[in-house]
Design a protein around this ligand. Sequence first.
Ligand code: 57M
Length: 359
Amino acid sequence: MLYKLIYMLHMDVSWVNVFRYITFRTILSALTALLICFIFGGWIIRRLRALQVGQYIRDDGPPNHKKKQGTPTMGGCLIIPAVILGTLFWAEPANRYVWTVVFVALSFGVIGFVDDYLKVSRKNSKGLRVVIKFSLQALAALVVAVFLFHDPGLSTRLNLPFLKTIHPDLGLGYIPFVLIVIVGSSNAVNLTDGLDGLAIGPVTIAFATYLAFAYLAGHAKIASYLQIPYVPGAGELSVICGAVVGAGLGFLWYNAYPADVFMGDVGSLSLGAILGTVALITKQEIVLVLVGGLFVFEALSVIFQVAYFKITGGHRIFRMAPIHHHFELKGWAEPKVIVRFWIIAIILALLSISTLKLR
Ligand code: 57M
């Protein structure tokens, strides 16, 4: 929006043309979101403390987590507005994909906010009933699924890394597929957010990767050269990815170990759902398993742990799931677990980018 205003007010000067470039607006979006986090971060944390929006730490968790009791949570109330403001300032307001992602950010953010609010007000780690939480997520994802299914710019065919010629058509199956991708990535990020900076680091890395994917998918010539699906208008999602990278770095400033604030479900559910939606619109939904490999691994560790626990009547594969707790209980210091997981996330992102050339 803002750039349109600048455009209109300064039509007669040549420098205004720079706002036409997505790359320039993506950088501005990242800097805007980063600045918003730096300006309001301290104030938000003080407000959350004053309102006693403190994290309740479960008794059955890793012993070293007890000292975190009362850490302000719902820091997503800083991240999501920063992302949305960065987007509204610098993305093309007529782009329907931009509004799709804004809808996802807000709907999953509200679900997470209610969940966090119930946990904080009841001083327990329960929150929304699981069936209600998942139903609301599925409903929000269904709205997106139906919209994307009918979108003229998107096909229901899958784009597989390494296999240029195979594009299986999901047909109506695309709708449940969208639900799985959006709800799955939302909850995978949610499960990962269990150590200081453990979620926001890899989220920032993943969005930096999809910033590139979105730019390439929206560029007809480059998409054709790389033989990836050309999605007219997907380039604007780079501006949103830029805002998430900026907000992610800004939030990490406060969430870095030892954390002054946690993002809460309002942050993790929303960021995960945005990632899934961007992956779907850029037609890079399968490679999301690689870009978000850390989140997949964290979620699988829980699924295998719970399944094995039930089948064997109480035995465990890991000392505790999700997998980051396993390494904590093995004696790794929390910062060591976090930074090593960031290194893995960077390696996965580099491998994902290489799939663009390897076909
Ligand atoms: C999401 N939330 C953190 C914080 C953050 C089925 C089961 C695996 C579910 C899972 C679960 O409840 N996951 C919920 C993870 C929580 O973080 C809050 O939640 C928000 C994200 N949704 O923003 O507000 C705790 O994580 C720690 N934390 C940090 N720094 C951060 O920056 O230290 C979070 C952010 C916070 C804080 O301690 O309280 C969480 O872990 O709950 N349950 C679990 O993950 C539990 N695992 C478990 O039950 N494993 C069993 C099952 C699988 C059989 C087993 O392995 O035997 C663990 N989680 C906790 N305690 N807190 C263990 C018990």
